[in-house]
Design a binder for this molecule. Structure first.
Ligand code: TRP
Length: 371
């Protein structure tokens, strides 16, 4: 596969993603560069890591006018929790700090149907890997509801409403539409897609929040789910849904370039990695934008845009724009060597992980308050 070619669907991303092409193909909009202050203060928005949206104006208006809204997103509990997952987690926490009601769907039905993973395994991974990390990263229990797709609520009215909606939505989707959106499709994937549509829409049911603006922050691979949910929400006349908003973030690169994947430990940094592991991974695997020889590097400079260590600083670990810009300039001019850039990344990541791992230990006991 050459550089121009890539394929992407909710279960697989292959090749180098061309974000501009996706914006056109999916019909999503680029985010305005001048967002309100709360958003500018957030690294992910400020640096264009969250780069595109559908109907996000509605959410900006809620924030501006201090009106209620919901943030809903979901996680598929497979494999290790890595720094790529932290990008969605940071958005949950950000919206919670803005006053949103946070809904988090643990997609254990999807993992069962699309990844052949048992419900027990999903439960274990969801708690040990995902939820405990969310808490350690700062998710609070106020205004937050985490649920499993296989077990929506102990309250039967709520639970019935969620599964009822999934079932009623089915009439409004066609098989061809599933095919057009997903390419290959199986009954299990269809069921999972309808359930994800119910995830996205059910907070607006009277059993939950009632009609309310909802924002769904996701990686861009999830857009087919959003298209389906949005289309269905307008076709089903039995309810009066407000069209859902969504934002799309770019993928943090895997260590060797390409997508970070929980199934390949040499592609990710886990939030549970030891400082020695981080050091080895960055030194050994992190794709470098440096030149082949020292002389060449000094003379021609490196390329921070493709350098994975630099990208980790940009996505997550260097909050200060000025410091980041200086690293960028020094690396590009050849003043900074790859070994020095990797050294900075290792130090920053390990500083963060040390604190984080302490918090994660403390978070374990709090998990049960959340479900
Ligand atoms: N399909 C998502 C994933 O693979 C998980 C998910 C389930 C989700 N329900 C959702 C994401 C609702 C966004 C909104 O990670």
């Amino acid at each position: 596969m050459n550089k121009e070619e890539f394929s992407l669907n909710p279960w697989e991303v292959v090749g180098e993603v061309n974000y501009e092409r996706l914006v056109k193909e999916f019909g999503i909009k680029l985010l305005a560069s001048k967002l309100p202050k709360q958003f500018q203060d957030n690294l992910l928005f400020r640096r264009g890591i969250i780069f595109a949206h559908r109907d996000f104006e509605r959410i900006l208006e809620c924030v501006e006018k201090k009106k209620k809204f919901v943030m809903l997103t979901g996680l598929m509990p497979t494999g290790r929790f890595h720094i790529g997952h932290a990008i969605i987690a940071k958005q949950m926490i950000f919206y919670q700090s803005l006053g949103a009601k946070v809904y988090i769907a643990v997609a254990d039905i999807e993992a069962y149907n699309a990844r052949s993973q048992s419900l027990e395994e999903s439960k274990k991974i969801a708690f040990e890997e995902y939820i405990s990390n969310y808490l350690a990263l700062g998710l609070k229990k106020e205004n937050c509801e985490i649920y499993f797709q296989s077990n929506r609520s102990k309250n039967s009215e709520k639970s019935n409403a969620y599964y009822r909606l999934q079932n009623l939505l089915a009439r409004h989707a066609t098989f061809n539409e599933f095919k057009a959106v997903y390419g290959e499709i199986s009954p299990g994937k269809m069921i999972s897609s309808l359930l994800q549509a119910s995830d996205i829409l059910h907070s607006q049911l009277k059993e939950f929040e009632g009609k309310i603006p909802v924002v769904v922050p996701v990686g861009i691979d999830q857009d087919p789910h959003l298209r389906l949910a949005r289309d269905l929400s307008q076709r089903i006349k039995d309810f009066d849904f407000i069209q859902v908003s969504s934002t799309y973030n770019k993928f943090i690169p895997g260590l060797k370039g390409g997508k970070m994947s929980s199934s390949d430990p040499t592609s990710f940094i886990s939030l549970a990695d030891s400082s020695k592991e981080v050091e080895t991974k960055i030194k050994k695997y992190a794709f470098s934008g440096g030149r082949d020889t020292l002389e060449e590097h000094r003379k021609l400079g490196g390329n921070p845009d493709i350098d994975v260590s630099f990208q980790y600083l940009r996505f997550l670990f260097e909050e200060d724009d000025k410091v980041l810009q200086k690293i960028y300039n020094d690396y590009k001019s050849g003043k900074m060597l790859t070994s020095e850039l990797k050294g900075i990344a290792i130090e920053k990541i390990n500083f963060f992980l040390k604190e984080h791992q302490k918090k994660k230990e403390q978070a374990r006991s709090k998990i049960k308050d959340f479900i």
